[in-house]
Structures are given as C-alpha cells and as structure tokens.
Design a protein around this ligand. Structure first.
Ligand SMILES: NC(=O)c1ccc[n+]([C@@H]2O[C@H](COP(=O)([O-])OP(=O)(O)OC[C@H]3O[C@@H](n4cnc5c(N)ncnc54)[C@H](OP(=O)(O)O)[C@@H]3O)[C@@H](O)[C@H]2O)c1
Length: 232
C-alpha cells in the first residue's frame, strides 16, 4: 500500500515524462467556460494538442469567439455554458470570481466531471490585493457535489499558459481530493509545458488562492524583472 501511495505521489510531484508541447496520450473533452485571457490561452494550447475544446460563452456567436474557435484545434466549437459541459469530461471555470457562483449554478448537472478552478478571488483596495472569498474552490465544490474540483493554474499568468518557458520551470500547484482527477489535471498542466505539483487536499486551495493574490500583488505593484514565478 505504501509503495502504491509513493508511486502515485511521484506521478503527481514530478514533471511527466514527455516533452513540453507534446500530448501525453489520452484526449480529453474539455469545456472551457469563459473566453477571456485564461480561457482562450488554455483552449488554444489544448486544442492544438488534440483535445476537444468546447467554449461556453455568454455570447458564443461573436466574431471574436469564432476566431478563437478557429484557432483551437479541428474539433473546437462554442456554445452556451450549460450546453458546453453536457458531454465534457473536464470543465474549466475561466471566469471572474464575482461570477463564479452564478456560473456554476447555471451549468446544471456536473456529476462525474473534473472541474479545474483557476480563479483568484482578488479585490483591489487601498494598494492591497485582498482575498474576496475565504475558500472559493471549496464553495464551488459544495455547489457541484458530484464533481471533483481541482484548484490549478491560478498562480501564474495566462501568458505562461500560452508560451511556457522552454525548461518547464514554472510550478503549477494543484489542490484536490480525487486521485484520478488530480492525475488528469496534472497531465494537462504538463502538456502545457508547466510543472504540476500536488500540494494536498482541496482544503489547501485557500492557500493557493492566497498565493495567487501574492503573485498579482508582486507583479502588479512591485513589477520585478523578471516577473515573480513560483518554482518548488
Ligand atoms: N489573467 C491571468 O493571467 C490569470 C491567471 C490565472 C488565473 N486567472 C483567473 O482566471 C479567471 C479568468 O481570468 P481572465 O484573465 O481570463 O479574465 P477575463 O479575460 O476577464 O475573462 C473572463 C471571461 O469570463 C466570462 N464571464 C462569464 N461571466 C462573466 C461575468 N459575469 N463578467 C465577466 N466575464 C464573465 C467571459 O467570457 P464570455 O464573454 O465568453 O462569457 C469573460 O471573457 C479569473 O478568475 C482570474 O482570477 C487569471
């Protein structure tokens, strides 16, 4: 049993054994809710790697969304958020934190889905970046009890999702409770050319949300060169 657990942890805590930018094998049906910076970056990259991308947008018929679909692999499409999740295995919530609860409620039945939550509940006030929520990922999980939520991709910029460093030197911490869900998300993160690292149960997502706010504070207010990136 101990050996199995150690092997599982090794899978999650080391970069996967394929080169950045190469698909690991299994193709996923990925619904991406939101067509902004993060949604578009992930859809473009995963679509190019052969995953099936369905964007869920409030306005799926715009020219901007059509251009994004055309750039997101041969099987990409756009529709409403509720329709997008219907056949999906993975659901990415690439929406503002203030809209998250309403968006999740509007998606309907999410049983069996893996939800990737990259959301930073950030509120700018008096030169600070405050946490707008004490534990958003867990709240999302409570709204979708039949799904597995994995907090991921909230601690780096969408720019690194689009163009990762050649040496996969940016760590993407993942918090979640389901081993299979974590493994699938880790594989998708590694395919982007980033380094997935499991950092514990979904409870710990609150710490990733704080790390996300710290990342935003440093890069927005201190503006270091090079930018702050997390590497474990
Ligand atoms: N920007 C980054 O580098 C970065 C990095 C890590 C994590 N994040 C997190 O990822 C999430 C998305 O960030 P983003 O930069 O992609 O944001 P964004 O460019 O503002 O895009 C958010 C998208 O969410 C959709 N949406 C749904 N309901 C909405 C509502 N009520 N108001 C506004 N948009 C709504 C919109 O897509 P439709 O119009 O198609 O519905 C919109 O384009 C945020 O929670 C953010 O904290 C961002």
């Amino acid at each position: 049993m101990r050996v199995i657990v150690l092997l599982w942890l090794a899978c999650l805590t080391t970069p996967l054994a394929h080169a950045a930018g190469e698909p690991a094998g299994e193709r996923e049906r990925i619904a991406i809710i939101g067509t902004g910076n993060v949604g578009a970056a992930l859809g473009r990259r995963w679509g190019a790697l052969g995953h099936e991308i369905t964007y869920g947008s409030r306005d799926p018929a715009t020219a901007q969304v059509a251009a994004l679909v055309a750039d997101s692999g041969p099987r990409a499409r756009a529709t409403t958020p509720a329709e997008a999740v219907r056949d999906a295995g993975i659901v990415v919530l690439a929406v503002p934190w203030t809209a998250a609860e309403e968006v999740v409620r509007g998606l309907g039945d999410l049983d069996g889905r893996v939800i990737i939550d990259p959301i930073n509940p950030s509120r700018f006030a008096d030169g600070r970046v405050e946490l707008g929520h004490p534990g958003l990922a867990e709240q999302i999980a409570s709204l979708a009890p039949g799904a597995e939520v994995v907090k991921a991709l909230n601690t780096t910029s969408y720019r690194n999702m689009l163009e990762p460093p050649a040496d996969a030197s940016i760590t993407v911490p993942l918090a979640g409770d389901g081993a299979e869900a974590l493994a699938r998300v880790a594989r998708l993160v590694a395919e982007l050319g980033l380094e997935p690292r499991h950092v514990g149960p979904l409870y710990n997502a609150r710490y990733l949300e704080a790390m996300g706010n710290l990342y935003i504070y440093v890069n927005v207010f201190q503006r270091p060169e090079p930018r702050l990136e997390y590497r474990f």
